[in-house]
Design a protein around this ligand. Sequence first.
Ligand SMILES: [Zn+2]
Ligand SMILES: [Zn+2]
Length: 329
Amino acid sequence: MRAAILSSPAEISKKPLEIVDVPEPAPLAGHVLLRVRACGVCRTDLHIVEGELPTRKTNLIPGHQIVGEVVTAAPDLPVGTRVGVSWIGGVDGSCWYCRHDMENLCDSPTFTGYTVDGGYAEYTLARSDFVFPLPAALDDLHAAPLLCAGIIGFRSLRVAGVQPGERVGLFGFGASAHLVIAVLHAWNCEVYVSTRGLSHQQLAKSLGASWVGSEKEKPSLQLDRAITFAPSGDVVIAALVSVRKGGVVAINAIHLDRIPEFDYDSLLWGERQLRSVANMTRADARDFLQLSAEIRLQPQVTVFRLDQANEALGALKRDTINGAAVIVP
Ligand SMILES: [Zn+2]
Ligand SMILES: [Zn+2]
């Protein structure tokens, strides 16, 4: 099969992914073999490919927003079933977190496209208890970006404690935020978007944000909740500045450059909360995919071929994609 392989991380401009022929994955107990129909491109893929996250598997096939079709049947998964695979490829089921209903914090998780091979390929293996049958209302291209950006964006709304009708700030407006805004509108929330780049600002306006500004501007009203998406600590501080007393800022980023020193008295006191969002649970995935089908969530996508995997990641890095990049092998 064709696959994009990472043998040694490097800046994306150096094209670290090699598109080569490799053997199809061998069958593995408890797993299903999937033919990849589409695979979304996530910022975490860029962190892996560029080496900002430590290498966990050599000769890695990245990609963790996989829409696949079951090729070898498993219980409840007949051949031909269309399923989604996300970042959490498996958990141990036995650690303290798994036993306390917090599988997103599992001590020994499997990460798709990081600790095991992912979906930048024609075929992939996935644990059969970590695939999610996809509602017919979600087609391949539009389902792929939902599987990480969407699910984790949805989880960040839960972590931020968003209630229907609240004023919610989105700081950064990439793949995840442009999905989250649809969920917020379904919950009758007012959405305030702070983002750099004219194209992201225009996209936010066209998707119905009540207020759109640059990262230097401050929303005119105090926010109940804010979610930050940019890998920048400055943005976290901008979000803290914007929330009311008792408000919550949820950081939806696996990596931040740093957090600058800030004034506790004016920015955190008053029972404001700063929380991080880590991974996702299978319940988050199922609930979000069901909601997406109900509200007919249609993310904006840009399609790349498998041999353009480096270009897709490069475009993501340069912020030149509106919505989400999807690779179709
Ligand atoms: Zn991701
Ligand atoms: Zn665990």
